[in-house]
Design a protein around this ligand. Structure first.
Ligand code: ZN
Length: 151
């Protein structure tokens, strides 16, 4: 099986059966993200236990790539600290935009997002949930994180 087929299967699977999809109440932060280029819209809710993301869920509507990316992201960052999650955000951003991005072995399933690089118009679909998460994690006041737009 070719690596690209493998990546496509991961994306399709996470779009069909999104992980961590649904409401989370109560949550320490609730952030909305929009990608007007495609119409993707999501709400991300998370709980922090000290500095660790103890739970995270998302809701909303978007294209297959935005849904799969959010699903993969929630799986990847649950149980990680703020700093670890932000580091992962940097790695994924590089993966989506830089052809010379370093090896993806330790990124696990997130490596599937590298396939999006071949479709520049869809990069914002894949990065929307990550920008939304980063906005929350960088915010000092979790209760009033402003909505994120990719425009
Ligand atoms: Zn999209």
């Amino acid at each position: 099986m070719e690596i690209n087929d493998l990546y496509r299967d991961v994306i399709l699977d996470h779009n069909r059966r999104p992980r961590n999809f649904g409401d989370l109440q109560p949550a320490d932060a609730s952030v909305e993200g929009f990608n007007p280029m495609c119409g993707d819209h999501l709400t991300l809710r998370l709980r922090l236990d000290a500095d660790t993301i103890s739970d995270i869920r998302f809701q909303g509507e978007g294209c297959a790539i935005s849904t799969a990316s959010a699903s993969l992201m929630t799986e990847a960052v649950k149980g990680r600290t703020r700093d670890e999650a932000l580091e992962l955000f940097d790695r994924v951003h590089q993966l989506l935009t830089d052809d010379a991005a370093p090896g993806t072995e330790e990124l696990g399933k997130l490596a599937a997002l590298s396939g999006v690089r071949e479709y520049p118009a869809r990069v914002k679909c894949a990065s929307l949930c990550w920008h939304t998460l980063a906005s929350a994690l960088k915010s000092t006041d979790l209760k009033s994180v402003p909505a994120v737009s990719t425009e």
